[in-house]
Every structure is written in structure tokens, then in C-alpha cells.
Ligand binder design. Sequence first.
Ligand code: GDP
Ligand code: IMO
Ligand code: MG
Length: 427
Amino acid sequence: MPALVLLGAQWGDEGKGKATDLLGGSVDYVVRYQGGNNAGHTVVVGDQKYALHLLPSGILTPECTPVIGNGVVIDPSVLFSELNGLNERGVDTSKLLISGNAHIITPYNVTVDKVTERFLGTRKIGTTGRGIGPTYADKINRVGIRVQDLYDESILTQKVEAALDVKNQMLTKLYNRRAIAIEQVVEELLSYADRLKPYVADTVLLLNKALDDDKVVLFEGGQGTLLDIDHGTYPFVTSSNPTAGGACTGSGVGPTKISRVIGILKAYTTRVGSGPFPTELFDADGDALRRIGGERGVTTGRDRRCGWFDAVIARYATRVNGLTDFFLTKLDVLTGWEEIPVCVAYEIDGKRVEELPYSQSDFHHAKPIYETLPGWSEDITKAKTFADLPKNAQAYVKALEEMSGAPISAIGVGPGRTETIEINSFI
Ligand code: GDP
Ligand code: IMO
Ligand code: MG
């Protein structure tokens, strides 16, 4: 059973970095398949804390080969500063491999992201401002710049020209900004070519060969199911497919190779940026979840919106990803509440609805229907087995499992690698 996908089951920040790092010791390759440096994945190893944006979390495990697949968008300057940061801390990053088909986030994509958000005003998405959406838009419009383009100056110049043709009209005539000079962009992009070169590889061939040789490959999603461009809360989403299918298109590995799809699920819910969020709390409980859970964005430093667990969303994630397992994180954050509400269904226009409505306006009107579960006050951060958990914490996990439609195979009880209860082994 060599290929596993690990992805966010909610709106991102579920603890994917920690879960990937934990499995890193047992896998040969960790592959990012979509997104870019909009992601912020935290990994805590002993007393060291790492914040990764573009690099797969497997980079911290020496035996593991980290791969940036064709579905990822790469800002080379961010990549280099992340590599430098890790090298300064003694992490060997020389095994990194990058797909020549991955697209480059150019400086004008970052500009367009920021300008578009400003002009959307109150309708803004609340993007991370990293140029993600415009880069994927260029890719779909067939005017994107790929890593391999950096190795042919004439092709690169033609492509930058094509990409800037319309954008410069838009920037100058619509947004009242200065035009972007083609030569300057080409020069900047070429300056990245030499340093990138040793990492560039035919990652499709390599990953498929590795799977043929029975190597273990772990696909690490960025963002989360509800931020998926197709299956998320559109338009308040990111511009890629974090859901399981994205692992195939974003890496060139076929679906028949994937044997396990693990959804990372926070024991409550958070969201960053705009968009509907039925269980969002605006009271002292929301503040307490934010404070105890340290819910502040790793990439943008924005406070995360917080709310109770939403089983409707978890069931939806099980369905659209074909989840085989959940990894429940941050159970320890809920310690101390006398009672914990869990959303089991929605009320929409006076009717009880059990499943996520496909209609955007229905979802905007969805009111959570809560069931209240008894809480616990014992410290659970040292728990090593399910039996170590207080009875009420066990019952909370079992209730979530029943409502969510897939077995909970691991439970996070703290940010560190070792603060995990493993119930079923993943590999
Ligand atoms: P990601 O984007 O999904 O990788 O998640 P983030 O790193 O953005 O946010 C998750 C945060 O929760 C990080 O600060 C992690 O160190 C932390 N974390 C992960 N799992 C646990 C857990 O089980 N308990 C606690 N208390 N913190 C956790
Ligand atoms: P990780 O991998 C949480 C959100 C942004 C915004 C929307 C679109 O750490 O879970 P974008 O810049 O992608 O065009 O912004 O998506 N978003 C995330 N929210 N965690 C993330 O990544 C996110 N990446 C993007 O806040 O609402
Ligand atoms: Mg994050």
C-alpha cells in the first residue's frame, strides 16, 4: 500500500504539518501537489519550531525525499529564503526535487492579487496576497510561466510578453497603476535559474518509478477541503484542488496507486479570510479557543476565526475525498470546558438539513443545530493510548467518529511530534 494522501478536512490549518512530519519517518517521499506559499505548516520537533510554506513537511526527516509537484505554484524568492532559513538551522535540503512543469509566481501575479483584492472592497476573498489566484489563472489561461521556461531566455521573454500584454492594459487603464517592464521581469526570473537547476527533475517519472519499486509516497495537501476551488465554499476558496483528486493531477500519479486518504480534522473549527462559517463564535468561547489553541495564521499573522466542531463539514470531507481515516488534532485545546457543543446538522429556512447544501445562498443561511457533549478537565497532553484519555474525552472522540463517517486513527494532544495517540497505524 505505497501511496497515501494527507489533506485538510476543514478550512485549512488543521495540523497537516505536524501529521506529515509524524509520518515522515516511515515514508520515502513527501510530495506537495497544489497551492504555494499561501500555506503555513507548523512542525514542532523537541524544542524546535519550524514554519514551512512551500517546502513539504518531510524536509525535516533526513531519510525522506521532499518533492514539489507540477500542481504547485512556486515563488522562487520565497523558496530560497525558506531553504536558507532551514540551512542556517542545520537542516539538509539538498534532496529536494521540483517539477519542471510547476508554475512560477511572478512579481506581477503578486501585484495583481493585491490590486484585485483592494478593488473588491467589502467583497474581497481575504487572500494571503501571495499571488496564488492570478498564477493559477495564468496557468488556466495558458499564459503561465513554468520552471522549465527559465532555461530558455527567448521562450521566457515571449511568454512574459504574452502574460503582460493584457495585464499592463488592466493595471494602467483600470487600476491606475504603472505598467510592469518585461525586461525587468525576465531579468529577475533568469536570476533564479541557476540556483533552481539542481532541484529540477522529471518528478512524474520519478514518483511512478518509486511506486513501482514499492517505495512509500505521502502526498501532503495545503489548505483544506472547504477551500477547494471545486468543492469548497466558492468564491471564498483558494485557486487549486486540495481535495484528494488534486494529488493525482498535481503529481502525475494515477488514482489506482492511492491506497489511503487521511483527513486532518481539528477537534473544533477555524477559518482565515472571508466566507461563510456556520459554527463561528463571536463570544468568550471563540476568544478562548483562539487563545488556548494559538489560532493565529502562520503565513499572514491574522487571527483565525474560531467555532465549534461541525460534523456536516466532516461528513462532506469524507465523501468528496473518499477518506479512509481521520487524524483528529488539538483535542487538548478543548480541556476545561464543562460542556462542548457539536454541530450535527443545519437549520436552513426552518428545515433540518443533514448534508452540506450545494447552494451558496443556502449555506450562507445555515444555522448550526448543536448537540452538547460533556467535557473533561484532566490534562490529556501526556496521554499515549486511547485508554489514557478521560471517559468524556473518549466519548467526544467516539461521537465525532460516528458523525464524520471514517475511523479516527490518530489523535493529537499537543503540538509536538510525540504528543499523539496512534490508534491504527497508517503505513
Ligand atoms: P497546517 O496548516 O494544517 O499545517 O496547520 P498550522 O500549522 O497552520 O496550524 C496548526 C497549529 O496547531 C500549529 O501551531 C501546530 O503546532 C498546532 N498543533 C497541531 N496539532 C496539535 C495538537 O494536537 N494540539 C495542539 N495543542 N496543537 C497542535
Ligand atoms: P494551510 O496549508 C488557511 C485562505 C485565505 C483566503 C483564501 C484564498 O496552512 O492550511 P489564497 O491566498 O489562497 O488565494 O487565499 O484561502 N487560505 C488559507 N487558510 N490555511 C491555509 O493554508 C490557507 N491558504 C489559503 O485566507 O481566505
Ligand atoms: Mg496553516
